[in-house]
Design a binder for this molecule. Structure first.
Ligand SMILES: O=C(O)CCC(=O)C(=O)O
Ligand SMILES: [Fe+2]
Length: 328
């Protein structure tokens, strides 16, 4: 098994050009984009999307503010960022050798939720933080909805999109990965996993570190650009697509002397949402692989003691696989 990082591969880069007729639903260009999105999600489980609706200024300000949060706010305030839902709150560097530090804001496209977080970190308030973070999350949410619509159209489900589109909220995580200590060639920033939310959009400060597994043991490092984001397929989207899309195994590996900052918005279905494969995606050749399941129950399972013994990408199978698969 080759554990090396292969730099020759690159995931597809798909340009959502602002103002182009390709972005108008129903045009030929739109259908072409839908195909490319579907192919990327099926082959790699992720792609890079160029999206200029998020301005350079908002993006730059976001990382300045994130650095301010990491560097200036005392630990006891950071620790107030708690949430009973798994992986929704502050995760500090849990040991001297841990490179990771992360903060969570649930329902971050709601201004009040960003403000409550800011109030805990800066008791005198921080309107610039609230406005900037709220803006970028709203724009990333729009991008996510557009990609979902493309996925739905790419499978010919456009006419019934209202019944397949699920209601969701955006969980924001803001992250810092320290560069490895002197003498280390590289260090683990985040262990390998597939995402438990339906899908994820990642925006980074151009310090690379994110890697995906393309074949067993073959990892590729992804490098972004000032106007690009990574869209990542999560386990529930893979299950919804009846296994067509790939919930890609990914991790963060740090090298060099620069810290990495990133933010990720996770699409979290609202309480009570049932993930169910549309019947159009089930036939003789594609028997149904997963039963309908409650998203929140899956999330809780994935963070349980029992699931900690199961490889991340296999957890969804342990939780919801139909065996044998059922053809309609
Ligand atoms: O920070 C990154 O680039 C990746 C984060 C990630 O994969 C996650 O939080 O699930
Ligand atoms: Fe992830």
């Amino acid at each position: 098994m080759n554990m090396g990082v292969n730099a020759e591969f690159q995931v597809p880069v798909i340009d959502f050009r602002t103002g182009s007729s390709d972005m108008e639903r129903g045009t030929k260009g739109w259908h072409h984009l839908c195909e490319r999105v579907r192919e990327a999600c099926e082959t790699y489980g992720c792609f890079q999307v160029v999206y200029e609706r998020v301005s350079r200024k908002v993006r730059d300000d976001t990382f300045v503010l994130l650095k301010q949060l990491v560097e200036e706010v005392p630990l006891e305030r950071k620790q107030k960022n708690v949430n009973p839902k798994p992986n929704h709150g502050f995760i500090g560097p849990c040991s001297d050798t841990s490179l990771y530090e992360g903060y969570g804001i649930d329902e971050a496209s709601n201004y009040d939720c960003v403000e409550s977080f800011a109030q805990l970190m800066w008791p005198n308030g921080h309107p610039h933080f609230c406005e900037t973070i709220h803006t970028i999350v709203k724009q990333m949410e729009e991008l996510n909805s557009m990609i979902w619509l493309m996925i739905i159209d790419s499978y010919g489900l456009g006419k019934k999109w209202e019944s397949v589109m699920i209601d969701y909220k955006m969980l924001l995580r803001m992250m810092k990965y320290k560069s490895p200590p002197p003498g280390w060639e590289s260090g683990q920033g985040l262990h390998s996993h597939s995402d438990k939310p339906v899908s994820t959009i990642i925006c980074d400060d151009l310090v690379s570190g994110l890697e995906i597994e393309v074949e067993d043991g073959q990892w590729i490092k992804l490098s972004s650009s000032p106007s690009s984001f990574f869209f990542v397929v999560g386990d529930p989207l893979m299950a919804w697509s009846n296994g067509r899309m790939k919930a890609v195994n990914h991790r963060v590996t740090m090298s060099g002397d620069k810290d990495r900052f990133s933010i990720a918005t996770f699409a979290m279905p609202v309480e009570g949402t049932i993930i169910s494969t549309p019947k159009e995606l089930v036939d003789e050749q594609h028997p149904q692989l997963f039963k309908d399941f409650n998203f929140m129950e899956f999330l809780i399972f994935a963070f349980s003691e029992k699931a900690s013994f199961i490889e991340s990408t296999k957890q969804i199978h342990a939780f919801a696989a139909l065996s044998p698969p059922v053809s309609e």
